[in-house]
Design a protein around this ligand. Structure first.
Ligand code: FUC
Length: 779
């Protein structure tokens, strides 16, 4: 008999003790009465304000994001708008690359990797050699009077409502602060209330690291107006504006040059709008003033309760599609930071479920139709020079961000990535033409707001032409899950153009006459020669191109177009270098069997295992010898990696049907070394991909759908003996609910969104069922 989370929480709610701490953001010295845990188990919560940024709680509507610190006397709401990046429209394609290309190829085939590296560095990288950073808007700062006799402090983020809340008592009054970023009304709304009238006193101001001015308009609106920064010689071309309207219920409102003060109010509502002049990667003629003014006018016409209701309803429409119960324990009643600290030691299945749902929450909050895709930090960044520019790294990280989108029923959130790829079809065509003399389009290992597509950073990471092709696979997955033919027609030019680029640039390698990419790399993993990654035909490239060509052929068939192209792609696919098993029994990462001689055997990237996950070219049942080799490679790489490195390994072990090993990886991911107190993934530093890889991995442990089968509980670990999940999606347009007990399936419901024949598997039992659209099969 399982004890429900709610029951556990009730037991834990009676704890009281005296804790002493001093935070720089408030004078909270002694909390006499500990807050009981929040009602909803899907809540992150803390007994103290955030001190570090990675303790603050993220909110976002896909576009407008904030980090809530929850200080008692000083609230800091750190703000991002997802089009506020440095620079302006630019084209980094380097015309010198074309002449250098054949030389680089000859050098690589001759084993002169050092010379090739020097040539690429000199002639083939984009100009500028780095891309533009994503940057913060600034902070909204709320100052409250000195608080005395503080008790019952709690700071929380309710994943089910997408509202951050701070509650505490001071001098006998209970204060509540609620913060949300509404996808409906396009504003951040903050409400300050107290349980006694006339007790809200607050001063609101803003600060920013940007080149901006801050002023007060009409006595009740703070206006920050600025221009974005230059970077790498690319001048800032954006204008941006943020507006904060302060509305007091009761009390008095006054303002000085840059702040607004409210005294003696019953409650206060603050509405914040922010926008830039970005319209697309080539159009910066938007009007941030008009946008923010109309957003404030729209939101200002509604009550906070009306904003809240619309916000919660829209959030729940997506969030509530999936419910996951992995069981619970006493630990579930404790504060989130304490639980992360103790996850491995105590076992805490509900924390794994919370982590899973937090990943879904983050995707809903950072990627919605009309917004930019989730970048390396989702939408949350407080630095002008963030790690790796907080951009789109497309040699694993951006793809990983979208791994949970389909399987955890958030399909429409892929839309921003679809649009990014369609932009790259245009910018990447320039790079293909100028640097390779090729048709189609290409993107290398990074892109940014301006859809830059040339190789950047340096030869070792940048000289990899397969980033765009991998992104195409993410779009193809959207079709696989939805079978949306109109979507397929929309993305077909991307698939076709990416394929054409490789038809024009694949080269026959001298030893076996296979067709290979060159110059290229197995992302970021240096081989043993000349301290470089540069090579020809790394396994990952061959795998990605096998998928790309196969998908393009199938798309052309479904759409009844391009017959000759299909034949050409099939013929070219047959000549790609095959998967090879090396002398250690491993899946070879390169054309040659170098794997055991490389400087870093435990490298974080596991690029050559792309074929096992996210692709399904290698499967345990379909290709057992290759699956065994992939397993060997994974063992050689080892279990220690960056946050996203663990996220990938988690999915790989799930695909190998090894639930116990997958679970040990999850334990590493959910440890304080890889998860910050606010549950953000630690590369370290913070990088959001590990969160998304973790969410996808948990789904993959419970349900898989590839190789023509839907498999129930393929990698269930002992740590989750009983549980239930509903709303997971499987390829083909299926929705699945499962329950299990004592480690065995008790029931499954499989609903077909479109009529089809489904092959269902649980362990060794296979059932083939014919389902009409809307019909549910019960196992
Ligand atoms: C890739 C990785 C790094 C980091 C960066 C953003 O280059 O190799 O670990 O995640 O992306």
């Amino acid at each position: 008999m399982m004890v429900t989370t709610r029951q556990r929480l009730r037991t834990a709610a009676v704890v009281t003790f005296v804790a002493a701490f001093v935070g720089p953001l408030g004078t909270l010295r002694a909390t006499r009465q500990l807050q009981s845990p929040p009602e909803s188990p899907l809540t992150l919560w803390y007994r103290q304000p955030a001190n570090e940024w990675v303790e603050a709680l993220p909110i976002g509507n896909g576009r407008l994001a904030g980090m809530v610190f929850g200080g008692i006397e000083h609230e800091r709401l750190q703000l991002n708008e997802d089009t506020l990046w440095a620079g302006g429209p630019y084209d980094p394609a380097n015309p010198q690359a074309l002449d250098a290309l054949p030389i680089a190829r000859r050098l690589i085939f001759a084993g002169k990797y050092g010379e090739a590296h020097a040539l690429v560095a000199d002639k083939m990288l984009g100009r500028p050699v780095r891309q533009m950073p994503f940057q913060p808007v600034g902070d909204l700062l709320l100052t409250f009077p000195a608080a005395v006799n503080v008790d019952g402090y709690r700071r929380e983020l309710d994943l089910d409502t997408a509202v951050a809340r701070v509650t505490y008592g001071a001098d006998g009054v209970r204060f509540v602060r609620e913060v949300l970023s509404s996808p409906v009304d396009q504003v951040i709304a903050i409400r300050l209330t107290a349980d006694r009238p006339g007790r809200i006193n607050v001063t609101a101001g803003m600060s920013t690291p940007q080149d901006a001015t801050i002023a007060i308009e009409d006595g009740r609106t703070i206006v920050m107006r600025g221009v974005n920064a230059e970077s790498q010689g690319i001048k800032g071309a954006l204008r941006f504006e943020a507006r904060v309207r302060v509305v007091a219920q009761g009390g008095a409102v006054s303002s000085d040059k840059a702040s607004i003060a409210v005294t003696g109010a019953d409650s206060v509502t603050l509405l914040l709008a922010a926008a830039t002049s970005y319209r697309s990667f080539k159009d910066v003629t938007g009007d941030p003033r008009a946008l923010t003014t109309s957003q404030l006018a729209g939101a200002g016409a509604k009550s906070f309760d009306a904003l809240l209701q619309a916000h919660v309803a829209e959030h729940r429409r997506l969030f509530r599609r999936v419910a996951l119960d992995l069981g619970s324990s006493e630990a579930a009643g404790r504060a989130t930071d304490e639980r992360i600290r103790d996850f491995t030691r105590r076992g805490d299945p509900q924390l794994a479920a919370l982590y899973f749902q937090f990943g879904r929450y983050l995707l809903i909050s950072s990627s919605r139709p009309g917004s930019q895709p989730a970048n390396l930090q989702g939408d949350w960044n407080d630095q002008m020079k963030p790690p790796w520019e907080s951009k789109y790294t497309i040699n694993i990280n951006t793809e990983m961000n979208y791994w949970p989108a389909e399987s955890t029923n958030l399909s429409e959130l892929v839309e921003p990535l679809t649009r990014l790829v369609l932009d790259l079809v245009e910018t990447g065509a320039r790079t293909a033409r100028v640097q390779y003399g090729a048709r189609g389009w290409v993107a290398h290992h990074n892109t940014d707001l301006w859809r830059a597509s040339a190789p950047v950073d340096g030869p070792a990471s940048g000289m990899w032409p397969t980033g765009g092709a991998w992104l195409c696979q993410t779009l193809w997955e959207h079709f696989e899950y939805t079978r949306d033919r109109a979507y397929l027609a929309r993305i077909y030019p991307a698939l076709k153009g990416a394929s054409e680029f490789f038809l024009d640039t694949l080269v026959e390698e001298p030893a076996h006459k296979w067709l290979v990419t060159v110059p290229s790399a197995s992302p970021e993993n240096r081989h043993q020669f000349n301290n470089t990654t540069l090579t020809a035909g790394p396994a990952m490239d061959m795998q990605i191109l096998r998928d790309l060509f196969t998908n393009t052929i199938r798309a052309a068939e479904i759409l009844s177009v391009d017959r000759p192209l299909r034949d050409e792609l099939a013929a070219t696919r047959a000549r790609l270098a095959p998967s090879q098993i090396g002398k250690a029994g491993q899946l070879q990462e390169w054309l040659e069997d170098w794997d055991m001689e490389v400087p870093d055997l435990h490298h974080r990237h596991v690029s050559h295992l792309y074929a096992l996950y996210p692709s399904a070219q290698i499967t345990v049942r379909g290709t057992p010898a290759l699956a065994a080799a992939a397993r060997k490679s994974l063992e050689i790489r080892g279990d220690n990696a960056t946050g996203w490195g663990l996220g990938w390994r988690l999915n790989l072990w799930a695909r190998l049907h090894d639930g116990e090993h997958a679970y040990t990886i999850l334990e590493r991911l959910l440890s304080p070394e890889r998860t910050y107190p606010n549950m953000f993934d630690a590369h370290p530093p913070f990088q959001i991909d590990g969160n998304f890889g973790g969410t996808a991995g948990i789904a993959e442990m419970l349900l898989q759908s590839h190789g023509g089968e839907v498999e129930l509980l393929p990698a269930l670990p002992k740590a989750w003996p009983s549980g239930a999940v509903s709303g997971l999606r499987a390829r083909g347009g299926l929705e699945v609910a499962l329950t299990w007990k004592d480690g065995a399936l008790t029931a499954a419901f499989v609903r077909a969104l479109a009529g089809q024949t489904v092959r269902l598997r649980y362990r060794d039992v296979m059932r083939t069922v014919n389902l009409a659209a809307g019909q549910t099969y019960q196992w």
